[in-house]
Design a protein around this ligand. Structure first.
Ligand SMILES: NC(=O)C1=CN([C@@H]2O[C@H](COP(=O)(O)OP(=O)(O)OC[C@H]3O[C@@H](n4cnc5c(N)ncnc54)[C@H](O)[C@@H]3O)[C@@H](O)[C@H]2O)C=CC1
Ligand SMILES: NCC(=O)COP(=O)(O)O
Length: 344
């Protein structure tokens, strides 16, 4: 589900992620593979020394090019990894620290602001440990909501989609306890997010009309109300309402069978009721190429599907596939918006 090399209007801003995790080594690795992967030029906010140290753990010397302005990144990109700003941290791969979390938050804040201002064509976020960043002032449930706040958007209007070569899924509810999920699923939430997904797939991926498969919440999608009434009371009315608006929506589909190979060709994106319903199939099928992309915002934001992986950081074990896929997708979406002029 990705294409050939594209040129975005502006370079991509990359945030470091937690410096104790695998993000710095994967950013360095992505720069190394920039030609083969056909990546749009990107720069990182902060962490010059850290990125060079991370590259050494993977057996190569990373040339870092300090830049004072994002506009310098495209010219610098061929000879080294452009890094904006002096903020840095001592390498401590595998051991998260408050200083590292502060650097991650600084990098995320600056990189997002550059995307909002248009100086960067998109933001690609390195994975963070939300609990670690919360200790140093991060107030949102995740980077998705952080980006929404930076854009002045409602949290519900920033829609998380996981996209890989085999599948796209959207979790309707995200970082909440499973016990809260039934109460959060409303007709309004389903309709609001489905409309955002349909618009964003047309605008950013050229998929119109997108075929949206909506899952049930309960086993067998409720089995006609014998195993829960959310399908009858909420999900089916939402699907009917969306269909009446002209969206290509089907369901509710029992989630256990929806991701089988013979079903996946029938839809472009699955709108799932909760986090694991959406993320388990993607991470099972497409872990090394899975991208977390935020739909519905005026900025393009992507991230690899995986997390900080502290346990393998600095050990030359982490696959750069998802980071490279996130960079590629950000470049493609930004280029599409630059070409069509559509940002909102
Ligand atoms: N985009 C983001 O900022 C995300 C952040 N996280 C955060 O990451 C932290 C750790 O979460 P986990 O659930 O343990 O998920 P995780 O993705 O960090 O790790 C899960 C398993 O996959 C392995 N793994 C992860 N990425 C890999 C790669 N590129 N190559 C090879 N193996 C890889 C890890 O070693 C571990 O065994 C949490 O604090 C969570 O909040 C999790 C997902 C996304
Ligand atoms: N499980 C997905 C995840 O944790 C990423 O969330 P976000 O930081 O992209 O909002």
């Amino acid at each position: 589900m990705s294409g050939s090399k594209v040129i975005a209007a502006a370079p991509l801003a990359v945030s470091l992620g937690d410096p104790a995790g695998i993000a710095p080594e994967l950013i360095a690795e992505a720069w190394r593979w920039r030609g083969d992967a056909g990546l749009t030029p990107f720069f990182v906010v902060g962490g010059a020394g850290l990125l060079a140290a991370a590259a050494r753990t993977r057996g190569f010397e990373l040339p870092v090019v300090p830049i004072a302005d994002p506009a310098e990144a495209p010219a610098a990109f061929a000879s080294g990894l452009p890094v904006l700003g002096d903020e840095d941290a001592a390498p401590a791969f595998g051991t998260p620290t408050p200083d590292g979390a502060r650097l991650a938050l600084h990098s995320l804040t600056q990189a997002t602001a550059l995307a909002v201002s248009g100086a960067a064509g998109a933001i690609v976020t390195g994975p963070i440990a939300k609990s670690r960043l919360a200790e140093v002032g991060f107030t949102q449930p995740g980077q998705t909501e952080f980006c929404a706040d930076a854009c002045g958007a409602r949290h519900d209007d920033a829609v998380m989609m996981l996209a890989g070569p085999n599948l796209r899924t959207v979790p309707l509810t995200v970082h909440v306890a499973l016990t809260e999920v039934p109460g959060l699923i409303t007709r309004d939430l389903i309709e609001r997010k489905a409309r955002i997904v349909a618009r964003a797939l047309a605008r950013d991926f050229g998929l119109a009309p997108a075929r949206i498969a909506v899952t049930g919440l309960n086993p067998h999608a409720g089995e006609d109300g014998r195993m829960g009434r959310e399908e009858i009371d909420t999900i089916i009315p939402a699907i009917k309402g969306l269909s009446a608006e002209g969206l290509a929506v089907t369901g509710p589909h029992p989630a256990d069978a929806l991701f089988a190979a013979h079903e996946r060709d029938k839809f472009d994106v699955a709108l799932c009721m909760y986090h694991d319903q959406a993320l388990i199939p993607i991470k099972t099928l497409d872990f090394d190429a899975g991208v977390n992309v935020t739909l519905g915002l005026p900025i393009v934001r992507t991230s690899p599907d995986h997390g900080t992986a502290f346990g393998i950081a600095g050990k030359n074990l982490a696959s750069p596939g998802a980071m490279i896929a996130a960079l590629r997708m950000a470049g493609e979406c930004a280029a599409r918006r630059a070409t069509t002029g559509q940002t909102a």
